[in-house]
Design a protein around this ligand. Structure first.
Ligand SMILES: [Mg+2]
Ligand SMILES: [Zn+2]
Length: 213
């Protein structure tokens, strides 16, 4: 028996949420109320993010990739954590509610990610249409968009799950994790709900060898 790592992307690998940053930059006025509704959990993530991307003209694709590469700050220590996972033979998966078109260019410079699970976007119309590649399985009714527990159930076999995440979109992942690393809002949630967790600020705070047995 071993471990797998399921790591969020937005707000976790990146220091701030990439989708929020993109919407603030490219659709600030119309995007705001939708973003607020998602954060207050009044509408599902899938519904909200679909609506947010429908605000973005397809022709802005390259501008958004450039913006993501130039403006989005990364949380320090990520390559070191990937290296440690590789040394310990723990497969490292990125599981994201974001979109491959801006995630993949950001992750290109890192080595040791086994696979990235994210969504695609149809750019054939005037506005972007999200294609949700990883819907909820029959054990989840969350309308998650990217259903993180459903993906983990496909990957896990007999292994234990180490989760790394930052926000409400990682709550369900936290629920199925054997070992949870949390930051920002997710640390707060874990504290409120009395869920065991290890808080981190940078990836240097995550010492895999100290938590696995
Ligand atoms: Mg996140
Ligand atoms: Zn789900």
């Amino acid at each position: 028996m071993g471990y797998i790592i399921a790591c969020d992307f937005d707000g976790t690998v990146t220091a701030t949420d990439t989708i929020v940053a993109i919407i603030k930059k490219f659709a600030p006025i119309e995007g705001r109320p939708i973003t607020d509704q998602i954060l207050r959990q009044e509408i599902s993530i899938q519904h909200g993010v679909t609506e947010l991307f429908r605000l973005l003209p397809s022709e802005k694709k390259e501008d958004i990739i450039q913006f993501a590469l130039e403006e989005v700050k990364l949380r320090p220590g990520f390559q070191k954590l990937l290296d440690e996972a590789q040394t310990l033979n723990i497969p490292f998966y990125i599981i994201s509610g974001g979109m491959h078109f801006f995630i993949d260019p950001i992750l290109e410079k890192f080595n040791g990610i086994k696979q990235v699970f994210a969504n695609t976007v149809d750019f054939s119309g005037d506005y972007m249409e999200v294609i949700w590649n990883h819907p909820c399985d029959n054990l989840c009714t969350g309308d998650c968009g990217t259903c993180k527990p459903s993906i983990v159930r496909q990957l896990v076999d007999d292994n234990k799950v180490i989760s790394i995440g930052d926000s409400i979109t990682d709550l369900k992942l936290l629920g199925i994790a054997d070992i949870a690393f949390t930051t920002s809002k997710l640390t707060q949630f874990a504290q409120e709900k009395g869920i065991a967790h290890h808080h981190f600020e940078t990836f240097d705070d995550i010492k895999l060898s100290e938590v696995i047995k």
